[in-house]
Design a protein around this ligand. Structure first.
Ligand code: PXG
Length: 289
């Protein structure tokens, strides 16, 4: 495996950054998780755009223009001879000192690109659906650390994941500070009710997922009504279908929430149709390499 760090490739054992890197010391940086299918990077421009938006918001200057970053991602895929991959793109504030002050890292952002084989959830989850649970840790407040910023500071999500795992579940529903449904630890959430699709609006404290946007795009094309609407747990419990979306998970059906069976307790018709359409889209769309 060849890992890209600041324009150079390193073997896995030699791919190292300084212990004074503010990405490590403070989670001070941004990242993206991207997938490629069949030698096409899915929604590459959208991922790069979101990375630069996150960086802009935290005043982190990325020393490459967007096109150069896209090329770096593609070069790393080629270097690793991967046709289907999961790509982790990381930009940290870089090496500083033991103080918080970001000026100490001025102009020395660290860029890391790791391209690896796809780490899919077990096939069983896609066929049978997931059971998930609401956890006590609420999603970061937008006015504190906005969930739209895909920062290296993921403790909020990791705490929620720990709570789910401790209770014997693989994924957690996180609420916002008002008690409305926000998202899962690394996925957005959708429900289907009477043939219509609902997902929380992105301003309510969830990440604007690129898979979420792709599902909205497919739904509109397939004439499925979609509503970006505030959701409570009650709406989830009485939904006909539920599923999660994310680059890693793609589209994964949910069949149980907080002990309540969803619909018929198996992946629903609309979910299965969207999964099929999504897979078809990943085959034909994307930046070729
Ligand atoms: N919400 C959050 C909080 C995320 O981190 C998504 C939604 C889905 O967004 P995309 O753009 O991928 O559709 C994410 C995705 C993992 C993992 O291991 C997932 C993400 C990041 C890191 C790891 O599942 N982000």
């Amino acid at each position: 495996m060849k890992i890209y760090i600041n324009g150079k490739y390193f073997a896995k054992e030699d791919a190292k950054v300084s212990v004074f890197d503010h990405g490590l010391l403070y989670g001070d940086g941004v990242f993206e998780g991207i997938r490629s299918y069949n030698r096409r990077v899915f929604k590459l421009e959208e991922h790069i755009e979101r990375l630069y938006e996150s960086a802009h918001s935290i005043m982190l200057k990325i020393p490459l223009v967007k096109k150069e970053m896209e090329q770096a991602v593609i070069a790393t895929l080629k270097e690793n001879k991967l046709d289907d991959a999961y790509i982790r793109l990381i930009v940290t504030r870089g090496e500083g000192d033991l103080g918080l002050d970001p000026r100490k890292c001025a102009g020395k952002a660290t860029i890391i690109i790791i391209a690896d084989k796809i780490s899919l959830y077990p096939e069983k989850f896609y066929k049978e659906g997931l059971a998930i649970i609401t956890v006590p840790t609420v999603r970061n407040l937008p006015e504190a650390l906005n969930p739209q910023i895909k920062s290296l500071n993921y403790l909020n999500n990791i705490l929620a994941k720990i709570e789910a795992v401790n209770l014997g579940y693989d994924e957690a529903i996180m609420l916002d500070s008002l008690g409305y449904v926000a998202e899962c630890t690394g996925d957005n959430i959708f429900i289907v009710k009477r043939g219509k699709l609902f997902t929380p609006p992105q301003c309510m404290g969830s990440l604007r997922g690129i898979t979420r946007d792709a599902v909205l795009e497919i739904s509109r094309r397939e004439h499925i009504a979609v509503h970006e609407h505030v959701l409570t747990r009650h709406e989830l419990y009485i939904s006909d279908e539920c599923f999660l979306t994310g680059t890693a998970a793609e589209i994964i059906p949910v069949i149980k929430i907080d002990g309540r069976q969803i619909g018929e307790g198996k992946p629903g018709k609309v979910t299965l149709e969207l999964m099929k359409n999504f897979h078809a889209l990943t085959r034909i769309e994307g930046t070729k390499y």
